[in-house]
Structure formats: structure tokens, C-alpha cells
Design a protein around this ligand. Sequence first.
Ligand code: GNR
Ligand code: NI
Length: 171
Amino acid sequence: MAILPILSLPDPRLRLVSKPVMTFDVPLRRLLDDMLETMYDAPGIGLAAIQVGVEQRILTIDLARKEEEEKKPIFVINPEIIWVSPEMSPYEEGCLSIPDFYEEVERPSRVKVRFQDETGKPVELEADGLLATALQHEIDHLNGVLFIDHISRLKRERIIKKFVKAAKREG
Ligand code: GNR
Ligand code: NI
């Protein structure tokens, strides 16, 4: 297993539309293991493959945040949102690719997602609360969408500018 470097704003790869996984092989299992280790180390509750530079429709999710909580990782491959609730809920979101910035985002409170597990088996999952938020945040990443795309243009442009400046300073 390995901890992979996480891309941050304004890396253009974060805007790519990731490609479907076609083969459920050993390299995929390795990538999932590395993503999980990277996510736990960060620490984060979700990670999309493109955040570690891999342009494939792959997510890892685990809401267990505290050390003592039992780890329950979910591997999500080729996900599709097949239903969203009409009700919306606000949640203060953050993103490992936009460190130290948090802002409230409104999204559907509940979602139904169809995806494949790490063996390629189709799965359907209905989620609410933080899991619904995390799934939507992560699936956005697969489409090159970041949570700042859901906030006001003024705030979005301000945060992008800050990261562009920081990247220039660091060369
Ligand atoms: O660790 C994370 N926490 C989080 C909190 C609220 C809403 C979404 C998230 S996802 C984030 C990790 C991440 O950036 N995944 O892409
Ligand atoms: Ni994110």
C-alpha cells in the first residue's frame, strides 16, 4: 500500500471528466488499496481517483472519522445517481483538493446511486445525511465539478485566486 499525493486547486486535472472502469483486475485492487490508505491518512471521508491523478470513475468512501470507530470502507466504481429527493439539505463541505476552505452547500437530502463494487458486481445504495452529501461531492469530482462550483461566484473566484497565487509562490 502507498500514500499517494493529492492534487489541489488549480490543478487542471481536477476539471477532467473521468473515464469508466472496464476491467476489474489486480491493478484496480491495488489502486483501491492506495486510495483508501491515502484517504485515511489525509484524513478524509471520501476520495475520487482524479484527486490522486487517476482519470477513472472510482471513489472510496468511509464515514468513520474517529480512530476508535470501526472502519467501513465502500468502493464505488462507475457510479450513477438514479434518483434524488426533492428535499434539499445544507452541509458545510470541505475538499482535500481545496485545503482549509469550508462553505455551506445545498444538495438533495437523499439519493439513490447505482454503481459497481470492486469485483464488478452491480450495487444499488440509497443514502441520506452525510453519506448522501459525500456521494454527491465525490461523483461531482468524476465529472470535473468541485464543491466551490455550487457556491456564489464571488466566493468561488476569491478562493481560486488565492490558490493560483499560492501555486505561483511555490513555483
Ligand atoms: O473529507 C471530506 N469531507 C467532506 C465533508 C463534507 C462534505 C464533503 C466532504 S468530502 C471530503 C474529502 C474530499 O475532498 N473528497 O473529494
Ligand atoms: Ni473533494
